[in-house]
Design a protein around this ligand. Sequence first.
Ligand code: OOG
Ligand code: MG
Length: 236
Amino acid sequence: MSAVDELDAALLAGKAIPQLHLGDVDEAYRIQAALVERRLNRGERLVGIKMGLTSKAKMAQVGVDEVIWGRLTSGMRVSDGGEVSVGGFIHPRIEPEVAFLIRDGGISAIAPALEIIDSRYADFKFTLPDVIADNTSAAAFVVGSWVPMPSNVDNLGVLLEMDGAVVQAGSTAAILGDPRRAFEQGVALAARYDVDIEDGWVFLAGAATAAVPLAPGAFVRAVVEGLGTASVKAVS
Ligand code: OOG
Ligand code: MG
């Protein structure tokens, strides 16, 4: 089986595979593109891009210390305050993010967000090219209400709450010093890999804190100072 076949089978079956030990980043992005193409052929649409490992907390959690990017599809989007079915995932984790709304190649609004990641590799063990090929562990995401860009977004408090208790706390400063830097890098990376960013796309800047395991029954909320909240209920 090819890497694309293996990763797609793991996604569809909700069953982990051993890490692939891929060695080349450009090859890994080609695998990612082909893997996401399978989802598009099954009726999904591209709705945005996501950055990963833009904070030290995330880099430390998975032992990879380079910024990565992945593709977001319509099938991953969960409405704010809605339910996400996690039964088909392997070992889902959830993390607080900020999202940008893209218009004319720039940022037109910002929102608190949640990302659910679910590495298709056993124990979340992967090399940099492995995680890139696996579409940067993307599984689902929630975007809160869009609000106008404040003049500064480089030090907003970020909380991740589970069933009302704070389980992670951080700041948008953790995201490359300023999440707008993640946007700039993401736009540059997308151009390098021939991705045409479209109006209305969502841009996830990367988690500000480490991710936490997500089990059915949990109610999770991201709170970003001055922006509001994004929430989701995990169901089986
Ligand atoms: C890789 C995905 C990282 C983020 O926000 O840093 C990511 C992983 O942690 O499995 O989405
Ligand atoms: Mg993320």
